[in-house]
Design a protein. Structure first.
Length: 301
């Protein structure tokens, strides 16, 4: 399908080239991917005693790194399907255009789903040591995701740990080891939104694919670019705006070409696709029960 633009009849060759490049890249992304790996696929870190059990527990029976690996596969499978046309005209944020940004919205939904899962997993634990244990595991998952260059997934974990219902649990955080807290702070610093995500942009610039970029950064960039007029004061097509849009989309596309050399473990993916999630208000109310305001540590189980 060709992308449609509202342009003057005098559309220049440069605009046509930009349009053709985006369409061609879209076709290549969707139809011509060939997965070739120089190295053998690492063996999944699973126990044959538990992996086929109908009672398998995600945190008790599955290796933390393998959870991160399967998250990478799940999220890359969504990311790789995002087409250039989905990133035009802020389609992901406008009700009447959302049908044009199905895959971009799926990745956004997945981000929110993972964040809510993180918060739910922590708050659901009635005892403080249990909460600290789950929080520690979530930080370790984020650490592995970061090492696998899954910045979108890493950010989702961090967002979950920073939800108000979790962030206010100061006694729970103090139960975590210094190493865990330091790891969390290092990741937060690397993905900080300060100076327009300068640290993150530097990080991804030196990352070797496979990689899942944090989509929110690029959607924000495209939103700011879209605020510029489509035409100049003289009535000509604003080619500068078109170039900026093309550059952002190209940066996203470059990471769609290299797949993760990992083996899917369906049992783990199924668990990750149907995790328990509770709405934010319910979580906050439960958080207040877990650690009431101004309570002393000695009063918490």
């Amino acid at each position: 399908n060709q992308l449609k633009y509202s342009e003057n009849k005098g559309l220049s060759k440069l605009s046509e080239k930009l349009r053709t490049a985006i369409i061609k890249a879209s076709i290549n992304n969707n139809n011509d991917k060939v997965r070739m790996f120089k190295e053998s696929t690492p063996e999944p870190k699973v126990s044959m005693k538990t992996i086929f059990s109908p009672k398998i527990n995600l945190f008790e029976d599955v290796d933390i790194e393998e959870i991160a690996r399967q998250l990478c596969l799940i999220e890359f499978n969504i990311f790789v399907k995002i087409r250039p046309s989905e990133l035009l005209n802020q389609a992901w944020s406008k009700a009447k255009y959302k049908h044009k940004a199905i895959n971009a919205l799926k990745l956004i939904h997945r981000f929110n789903y993972v964040s809510t899962w993180v918060a739910t997993s922590v708050i659901s634990c009635p005892k403080i040591k249990q909460r600290a244990k789950v929080m520690t595991k979530m930080v370790r998952i984020a650490e592995y995701l970061f090492s696998y260059n899954n910045f979108n997934g890493t950010m989702a974990i961090i967002a979950g740990l920073n939800q108000s219902s979790v962030h206010r649990l100061r006694h729970t955080r103090r139960e975590c080891s210094l190493k865990t807290i330091q790891t969390l702070e290092n990741i937060e610093s690397a993905l900080s939104s300060d100076n327009s995500f300068k640290s993150y942009r530097n990080q991804i610039a030196k990352a070797n694919p496979p990689c899942i970029p944090y989509l929110g950064v690029y959607l924000t960039d495209l939103t700011f670019i879209d605020e510029n007029p489509n035409t100049t004061e003289e009535g000509y097509v604003n080619f500068s705006k078109r170039r900026m849009v093309f550059n952002v989309i190209s940066r996203i596309q470059q990471y769609q070409n290299t797949h993760y050399n990992l083996q899917p473990v369906i049992q783990i993916q199924n668990l990750l696709l149907k995790v328990n999630c509770v709405d934010e208000q319910t979580l906050y109310n439960l958080s207040l029960k877990r650690e009431p305001r101004n309570v002393d540590r000695s009063e918490i189980e």
